[in-house]
Design a protein around this ligand. Structure first.
Ligand code: NAG
Ligand code: NAG
Ligand code: NAG
Ligand code: NAG
Ligand code: NAG
Ligand code: NAG
Ligand code: NAG
Ligand code: NAG
Ligand code: NAG
Ligand code: NAG
Ligand code: NAG
Ligand code: NAG
Length: 539
């Protein structure tokens, strides 16, 4: 019976399949392409490698296959180098000299040379790597530069670009270059001396083909001329970092259009004016940092709509009020960190009892008056309570604080608070830092401090203590870094302390005895300590 042509074709097809498969079974690795091996060897030749990181890169018999070299990854079907990852390998040398070698690696998809010491001008051959999906040259601080970014337009597949630390001060057309990158989703240009956008007609009408998700332009000198370009990415951005720039004027309402934004950092700019109501529209926000600006007025009610907010950082502005009741509107309160320190907050202490997840509260250096509400004791997650230098008065009882079992930092200094704690009441927390300068704790020595076995810093200066220092107290001091008990009427005899805190002030008390040897060992503090021994306040 004649073999049908159909069968013949099937057999040939199977034979070819087998040939392919069998070939690979016999030798699973295809191995490095000779041209690319030579390119990598040239790379090794021009790079400075003081630590011998590239010692596996060689042309000896056992080092032949470049796909096995450190940091090199090949496509296992074609043998082409597709990844070169040499981040943080102590490599240096002129980046421009790597251009010819890199240009040979036409199939490269990922290039990571971050955290090294490369310097010089970025080679334009980078634009030949048309298959690149990620390019990371970041954090080779202060040594590399690039005068224009036009070559980026030859990298249509690039999704991830990090040039942080590259001097781009001459690359004035950077916004146009970025706009022409259709796949880019993550862009990191931290500390690149990025020039401000020149507000010309041409830029404002260039529509971006890009859908940036992550944009880090921190530590540059960008001004508010960035906005028209920036707001073209309103619908895609999730992470936006514009901290350490020169943004000035009021914050535009258009931020309200960034409804997918989860992270917004505007720390350290020159924004004036008030926080716009429109911020309430950024309902995905989990992190908002507006610290170190010149914002004023009341914190808008609309922030209550930020039901996913975990950290709200507003320190170092001129904000005057917090409409606390309104914050309770959001049922699933997610806020964990609230920092409104160094502002002009006036009036009574806010009712934060709805913030059940709050871990850190910073309200120091404001003008809050009235009493500390007992409801603070309901914030079961609280680790940091920092409210020094306000005008709070009234009593602090065990109900306020002693149930806060997670408390680690307690700072109520420089208010007019009076502690009303009986001898047998003990806190549930073990703090590392207790700062109660000028609170009224005395006249008896505060017994509850005895339970604070993990203390590093303790300041109970000027707290009205007129008592003999208890023996247990010296047991607490062995791990202290800071101890200030000055300006009280504390009496008793100094024991021979084995260790002395780095910062020690016992001045203006009635302590007796000889100065422990350990104080002299502490060096620079000795003179202050000697003064501290005097019998000053002993009426
Ligand atoms: C080849 O690469 C693919 C994709 O990375 C991987 O799934 C596969 O296991 C590799 N094959 C061999 C033989 O290494
Ligand atoms: C790199 O690109 C330039 C311009 O696109 C081209 O002239 C040059 O031949 C390319 N070099 C290599 C090695 O492909
Ligand atoms: C490059 O390596 C660093 C350090 O591991 C890493 O953080 C970064 O994400 C890498 N870059 C890319 C584009 O993968
Ligand atoms: C960045 O480049 C500009 C122009 O070449 C130069 O004036 C400036 O000093 C450079 N910055 C640093 C930090 O080297
Ligand atoms: C980009 O911004 C310009 C100027 O604000 C605007 O005219 C244009 O419509 C925006 N493009 C897109 C795609 O939003
Ligand atoms: C940008 O988009 C706007 C509105 O969609 C359009 O009118 C304008 O022609 C576009 N500009 C460019 C340069 O494509
Ligand atoms: C928000 O986006 C919409 C639609 O793109 C636009 O009409 C509106 O002007 C934007 N709002 C602001 C304040 O820019
Ligand atoms: C905020 O959202 C409200 C209601 O959806 C809308 O009326 C307002 O224009 C938005 N504001 C901004 C600046 O997008
Ligand atoms: C903020 O307040 C301080 C102190 O009251 C004042 O010196 C400063 O001028 C204020 N700044 C602004 C922008 O209002
Ligand atoms: C909080 O509530 C809002 C709306 O009430 C919801 O969209 C959001 O996903 C909730 N977030 C969390 C973390 O539960
Ligand atoms: C608290 O401060 C506000 C505004 O500064 C003032 O009107 C009020 O009288 C003060 N209250 C007390 C109890 O001092
Ligand atoms: C202080 O510590 C020593 C040694 O651990 C212990 O013997 C002594 O009882 C302690 N004193 C007080 C008052 O707790």
């Amino acid at each position: 019976m004649a073999t049908s042509p159909f069968r013949y074709f099937i057999s040939l097809f199977l034979l070819l399949l087998c040939f392919e498969a069998c070939f690979r079974v016999g030798d699973t690795k295809v191995g490095c392409i000779e041209r690319e091996t030579q390119a990598l060897l040239h790379f090794k030749k021009v790079v400075l490698d003081d630590h011998g990181v590239l010692s596996s890169w060689g042309n000896g018999e056992d080092k032949k296959d470049c796909c096995k070299w450190r940091g090199v990854e090949c496509n296992n079907q074609t043998g082409h180098v597709i990844r070169l990852d040499l981040h943080h390998q102590y490599l240096g040398g002129k980046i421009s000299q790597l251009g010819p070698s890199l240009a040979e690696l036409q199939h490269l998809k990922h290039l990571n040379l971050s955290w090294n010491h490369f310097k010089g001008i970025l080679p334009t051959q980078l634009g030949n790597l048309s298959n690149l999906q990620s390019l990371d040259l970041g954090s080779n601080y202060g040594h590399m530069s690039c005068e224009n970014l036009d070559w980026l337009s030859h990298l249509p597949s690039l999704t991830h670009l990090d040039l942080s630390g590259v001097n781009l001060s001459k690359a004035i057309h950077w916004p146009q270059a970025i706009n022409k990158m259709p796949s880019l989703t993550e862009l990191y240009l931290h500390y690149t001396e990025l020039p401000p956008i020149i507000p010309t007609i041409s830029i404002s009408h260039i529509n971006s083909s890009t859908s940036l998700v992550v944009l880090d332009l921190s530590s540059n000198s960008l001004t508010s001329s960035i906005y028209p370009w920036l707001f073209n990415f309103s619908s895609s951005l999730v992470h936006l970092d514009l901290s350490w720039n020169d943004l000035n004027g009021s914050i535009p309402d258009a931020f309200g259009n960034m409804t997918t934004l989860a992270y917004l950092d505007l720390f350290w700019n020159e924004l004036r004016g008030s926080i716009p109501d429109a911020f309430g529209n950024m309902t995905s926000l989990a992190y908002l940092d507006l610290s170190w600006n010149q914002l004023e007025g009341e914190i808008p009610k609309s922030l209550r709509d930020l039901c996913n907010l975990q950290e709200l950082l507003l320190s170092r502005n001129n904000l005057t009020g917090l409409k606390e009741k309104d914050y309770l509107a959001c049922p699933n309160n997610t806020l964990e960190v609230l920092d409104i320190s160094y502002n002009q907050l006036k009036g009574s202490f806010p009712d934060l009892s709805g913030f059940s997840q709050l871990r850190e509260l910073f309200l120091e250096f404001n003008q809050l008056n009235g009493t500390l509400p007992e409801s603070i004791g309901q914030l079961a997650q609280l680790q940091v309570l920092s409210i020094p230098s306000n005008s709070l008065r009234g009593t602090v009882s065990a109900n306020h604080l002693f149930g806060l079992s997670n408390l680690s930092v307690l700072d109520l200094s420089f208010n007019s608070l009076i502690f009303n704690i009986s001898l047998e009441q003990v806190p549930q927390f073990r703090a590392s830092r207790i700062m109660l300068a000028s609170c009224k704790l005395g006249p008896r020595f505060p017994n509850w401090i005895q339970t604070q076995k993990g203390l590093l810093d303790l300041d109970i200066s000027a707290s009205g203590i007129a008592d003999v220092i208890p023996n247990w107290f010296w047991n607490l001091t062995s791990d202290l870094q800071l101890l200030n008990i000055s300006n009280n009427h504390i009496s008793g005899t100094l024991p021979n302390l084995q260790a002395t805190p780095l910062v020690l002030d016992m001045s203006s008390n009635c302590l007796e005895g000889s100065i422990p040897q350990s104080v002299f060992n502490a060096g620079w503090l000795t003179t202050q300590m000697l003064g501290a021994m005097g019998r000053f306040n002993c009426s």
